[in-house]
Design a protein around this ligand. Sequence first.
Ligand SMILES: [Fe+2]
Ligand SMILES: [Fe+2]
Length: 328
Amino acid sequence: MTLSTDVRPGALPRPRGELSARVLDVLRGAPGSALPSPPDLDPYGEDLHLTLHTCYELHYHGYDAVDPGWEWDPGLLTLRASLERTFLDALRRDTEGGADLTAELDQLLVTPTEPTGLSAYLRDKGEWWQVLEYFIHRSIYHHKEADPYAWVIPRLRGQAKASLVAVEFDEYGGGRGERVHARLYADLMAAAGLDATYLHYLDAVPAPMLALMDMMSLFGLHRRWRGALVGHFATVEITSPPGAARMVETLERFDADPACVLFYREHVEADAVHEQVMRRDVIGDLLAREPELTESVVFGIQVTNLLEDRFADHVLSRWHHDQSSLRT
Ligand SMILES: [Fe+2]
Ligand SMILES: [Fe+2]
């Protein structure tokens, strides 16, 4: 079963605290209206990440009710920068840093004999409602799959640029609209009986997943973080094939609709190639030109691992108590 996945600008999300309530309110008015200065917020919390997500969405598809002029509103950009500083400070505090890129990349390639992540849980003992929750969390990214990476293209040169674009070409379906990975994910959602509309489940998805999405938007939108964006992208491509293979096994165990399996099968095959290209041609060439970005690439890898671990911990701790990992 396939659905049209043409994006319709969505409704604004529901607020998750004082700051997001105030910002969402102001965004319904004219650009230039006064915004609050952000209070002290939990750098991984709901209020901060929903507000950041709302700011970033103006650079993707925006909202019906929001004047597009807000995208470059100086007041909103100032507020966003303050939230980004809070988030980045926490990410720096909670990662090791360093410049040992080879060790970081090698670590990603090690598949533990007993993988403990979400896909392993789903394969071994997941129930169908948990598979659906997993689909819902990940829809926040997969509905705009590969879009945050496109922002880095003008900031690369030579082989790094050519190779990253080659990976993006696959992510965008190799010229075929029905093979765009975001579209394959919408088909997966529909085939699982879920709503395939862009960001339909945003209100239900808690901060640990929004933080992952906000990290991608942050690294994508700032040229200074081009190394971190490439490190993040490489981490996704390197860790994707084994995770996707476990999801194929999970879905086969439930005899799921072929459209559900197709999305993950596509990633088992494509990402095995992407992994090599990202590591050798994109990172290799980028750092040959700009060796001073090594620490930034390492940071992108470590931040991805940190936020993926936080997301998995959140979901598994809820599931271990037989509770939903979603907000509603
Ligand atoms: Fe993909
Ligand atoms: Fe990929």
